[in-house]
Design a protein around this ligand. Sequence first.
Ligand code: CUK
Ligand code: CUA
Length: 661
Amino acid sequence: MHQKTRRKGLGKLLALTVIGATSVGASAQSMNDVQKVAKDRGLSTADLLAAAKTYTPSGVKDDYIMFASGGHAGQVFAVGLPSMRILRSIAVFTPESWQGWGFGVGNEVIAEGFPKGKANLWGDTHHPALSETGGDYDGQFLFINDKINARVAVIDLHDWETKQIVKNPLTVSDHGGTFVTPDTDYVIEGGQYAVPWGYEYAPISEYKEKYKGSVTLWKFDRKRGRIDKDKSFAIELPPYWQDLSDAGKLASDGYIFMNSLNTEMATGGIEDKNPPFEAGASMNATDFLHIIDWHKAEKLYQAGKVEMIEGFPVISLKTALAEGILHVTPEPRSPHGVDVAPKGDFIVVSGKLDPHVTIYSMAKIKQAIANKTYSGKDEFGVPILDFDSVLEAQVEVGLGPLHTQFGPDGYAYTSLFLDSAVARWTLGGSYGPLSPEPDWTLVQKTPVQYNVGHIAVAEGDTVSPDGHYLVSLNKWSVDRFFPTGPLLPQNLQLLDISSNGTEMPVIYDMPMGVGEPHYAQIIKADKLDPWTTYPGVGWDPHVQNLEPMAPKKGMERVVRKDDGTVEIYMTAIRSHFNPEHITVKQGDHVIWRITNTERAVDATHGFAVPVYNITASLEPGETVKIEFDADTAGTFPFYCSEFCSALHLEMMGYLMVEPAD
Ligand code: CUK
Ligand code: CUA
């Protein structure tokens, strides 16, 4: 609180200085200094204001934390707002050597998600989702999907480490995920490109019969902090390409909304003079918004009305239709985002090729389902809710609308990819003082640079958005920074949206040298309560508990077993490992356990072994277990790779592998 006051105080001071007012405590000298710097650097009043709003003095903490997808980097990045300082990467699908992820620790978590058992050492992360309680972020867990291999990862926000990666047994790629139901009962993963289940082969000529769409509901066990695969299930959908999704809340609790493209079921083949996918899959004037009743689906699953496919329970399309859990309604073609408003009463869909956002009313959807107000059925028999009877409004916002987020004050914000802008418009209905009457109006647009994809408003997809800041996640920064070769940085821009409709200026540019960040969620920092050391010495982060086998101080030893296994029980404390000499025989299987016995907040040690491709990060209290075959003879100095003390360079030891005769 004290820190916050200090930051705001400084901001105010600067701003006042800039507009020429005298303020108590600001001497004429310091005002002159500010004016001189501004003049020398060519800064406008707006620039200085932006600086005052974002500059965060050394030691002052941020008000919000943004968890941004790392895109092809396969990681998550944690960024503080409003400073836009990157605080941490969190290794997820891709090995990361600082954290040792995939180089001795986390290997089994990564391997758990290998598709078809094949080592895939990267991911294409798109959509992070914070866990929710009652539709509000609770700061406990973070989930993220991998589009390339249809995987979902679970990150525990106690220690900001990935705990689990599940591979979808049915679909190859995913996109409409991850999104959570309001109490995080389920983590939703929509499929993407239709495929035969479980990596089966089927010629493209059998597309309609063999290729499938799907959505998977992964049951989340909050107590264990893991997805419970044995309580998860999927729903078969038509072979459209299911796209972005969102979970209903409050007025729409119990529903999943899921866009789709290629409802034409185009099969491409440009090389044979067939229409390419880009043409074939955007012929129809509309695609289908899927409306799925997951409360009912859960009951069907619990009642055993499923088929086992690839060992996974699936509610077949036939069952879904017979039980009335699946409806569709037309949506603007080539849709992108579908976003549920804070009260759950409206569902906003953007079609990339339509300058409007299309707003559906949940009340009308429920009525249309109850009254069977259909305009027909699709070719699989899925009832199509009559568009006009579920439509609430359409707002013309600009070219290439993609994603929508919400503010606390009745505003909605939509990214405009082709316009390179963010639009602010009023949510009609009963939304707040701004719009007591149903009012759906574009209020203003702010240009961003360039090609915005997602936007993230602080808590902007929850039941109680915070507003204040909006981050525009732009692609290809073009002329914004020093050119870094032909591959340009991505650019995340911070917009101040606190000014109640008058303006929403860009106040900070943050180039990102990793890509491509798609989506981010922003949580109030005070909702997070991360550990600064592990709760006890000998803590295994993988099970989030004390490990009984963890090496203890005074119990360090090397145990040779008859079967050629060598077990090492090692401790690490500033500034030595114990033991320091490890001698094994070539061909031995080595199980190397290390406990960092430190209790101080900053006492992290690294552990790095040459040739054997091993690196680990041991946070205070942490214990790790690293296994390898000592197949290469030689003398290998291992060492601590964190500059942990003045005698850090001496924190080392020798692994000596005696040659087999
Ligand atoms: S998609 Cu990337 S800009 Cu994967 Cu969420 Cu819209
Ligand atoms: Cu421990 Cu350097």
